[in-house]
Design a protein around this ligand. Structure first.
Ligand code: DAT
Ligand code: MG
Length: 134
């Protein structure tokens, strides 16, 4: 069974759409394997997004993702990485398809509600970072 790390980012928590996002995950047939509400420290945030360390938006991204509580989840199921990325929609919410989380609930690229691992390799790395005991 494949696993992926999902984050409902601080904008999703602030806007009270945690239940909506989890409901979509469950309706799809994916299963929750772990879930925690927490506020990230800057070091964890920088490690999580290390592939973007050289991008101009990195500092702002770290500030945003540490700016309030988020919900971290481990989601599992058949092709869970790809299945959740499909539910999330494109990175830029303006072009994300309606019917996706980003397409339905967001307008700005940084505040795009959810994170989902982009490969099984990233998923294992990110799950270890958020849930070392899992
Ligand atoms: P994704 O979250 O779809 O995997 P990503 O890994 O390319 O997208 O980028 C990580 C996050 O960084 C993304 O969810 C929002 C933010 N981001 C990406 N591109 C950006 C940009 N051009 N300006 C500001 N923030 C950006
Ligand atoms: Mg990514």
């Amino acid at each position: 069974m494949e696993r992926t790390l999902v984050l409902i980012k601080p904008d999703g928590v602030r806007r009270s759409i945690v239940g909506e996002v989890i409901s979509r995950i469950e309706r799809k047939g994916l299963k929750l394997a772990a879930m925690e509400l927490r506020t990230l420290d800057a070091e964890t945030a920088r490690t999580h997004y290390e592939e973007h360390a050289e991008r101009p938006f990195f500092g702002s991204l770290v500030e945003f993702i540490t700016g309030g509580p988020l919900v971290a989840l481990v989601v599992e199921g058949e092709r869970a990485v790809e299945a959740f990325r499909a539910l999330a929609g494109a990175t830029d919410p303006v072009t994300a398809a309606p019917g996706t989380v980003r397409g339905d609930f967001a307008l700005e690229v940084q505040q795009n509600i959810v994170h989902g691992s982009d490969s099984t390799y990233s998923a294992e790395r990110e799950i270890k970072l958020f849930f070392p005991d899992l």
